[in-house]
Design a protein around this ligand. Structure first.
Ligand code: COA
Length: 277
């Protein structure tokens, strides 16, 4: 697991602190095969500690983001092969939810086109999501006689309100990037022609922040959702102390001095000056 593999179904591109993880089966609309799951699992394991990766953007090659599980290779191809089925399912869940939702750097899903079924899991696992207005989303499972399985129903029920989760899961109706933004499935949508630039703009905004603070912030928001008030305040107090201890930039102390003593910045309007040299 630890050594990077030679990838055939995904591409990794790095530029200016941004790492692009690109699902690369455009001829199959980036449907997820067992091989793609194994490669994504390996890639995320290695990128987690890659110093060049400040922000991770997940997207698809060609016109599609991800057409869900590969019906032929993931489902039919592993029928009657318990070992292969187990391995594919393990890899599938591990990268799409566990590795991605716990990735130590900020993650953005850039939904450039078709996003169906199992593609929702990694799209929702990312911290943020930006879609092309023209992208097509759909919980198509009902159209072919299955439920949104794996963790899809759980992810969708978590991120959408009850009526929208029910509506799109029960009808299977496809919907656009604009609708995805209206119902809060993605942060916003933009015309497809400017999707890449707008996503890079968002990534660059994140790159300006203190990385350790960002990591602790995303962990905190995710973790408190399952806690009661007492657990959350206790956890957040401990997390606050841990950040002060572990932050190599000592951001809090620097920022306090810059605001209170030096009158150098206003936290309400922007970030402290991270490198004064
Ligand atoms: N699994 C396996 N193969 C898939 C696939 C999937 N989920 N989605 C697309 N493909 C394959 C098609 O079989 C076709 O292969 P072929 O060229 O060997 O015939 C190729 O990708 C192109 O697909 P096609 O349907 O011709 O493209 P399109 O642009 O007209 O339509 C979609 C794109 C995504 C709307 C359509 O392919 C589709 O509905 N896919 C299934 C989506 C889905 O329900 N996913 C949920 C799975 S849980």
């Amino acid at each position: 697991m630890s050594e990077p593999m030679k990838y055939e179904t995904i591409k990794i591109e790095k530029e200016n602190g941004i790492t692009w993880l690109i699902l690369n089966r455009p001829e199959k609309r980036n449907a997820m095969s067992p091989q793609l799951h194994a490669e994504c699992n390996n890639a995320l394991y290695n990128l987690a500690t890659d110093p060049e990766t400040q922000v991770l953007i997940l997207t698809g090659a060609g016109d599609a983001y991800c057409a869900g599980q590969d019906l032929k290779l993931f489902f039919r191809g592993t029928e009657g092969k318990p070992r292969e089925r187990f391995e594919a399912a393990e890899n599938s869940h591990t990268w799409r939810w566990q590795r991605l939702s716990r990735f130590p750097k900020p993650t953005i899903a850039m939904v450039n086109g078709f996003c169906f079924g199992g593609g929702f899991v990694h799209m929702i696992a990312c911290d943020l999501a930006v879609a092309a207005d023209e992208a097509t989303f759909g919980l198509s499972e009902v159209n072919w006689g299955i439920i949104p399985g794996g963790s899809v129903s759980w992810n969708v029920a978590d991120v959408l309100n009850f009526r929208n989760a029910m509506y799109y899961a029960m009808t299977g109706d496809p919907f656009s990037g604009k609708i995805a933004a209206q119902i809060g499935l993605v942060n916003y949508s933009v015309p497809g022609a400017s999707l890449r630039d707008e996503t890079i703009k968002l990534a660059n905004k994140l790159k300006e922040k203190n990385p350790m603070t960002l990591r602790y912030t995303k962990e905190a928001i995710r973790s408190v959702r399952g806690m009661n008030e007492m657990q959350a305040t206790d956890y957040l107090n401990a997390k606050t102390d841990a950040l002060r201890l572990r932050d190599p930039e000592k951001g809090r102390d620097t920022a306090l001095a810059q605001f209170v003593d030096e009158k150098l910045f206003r936290p309400g309007l922007g970030n402290y000056v991270r490198d004064k040299k």
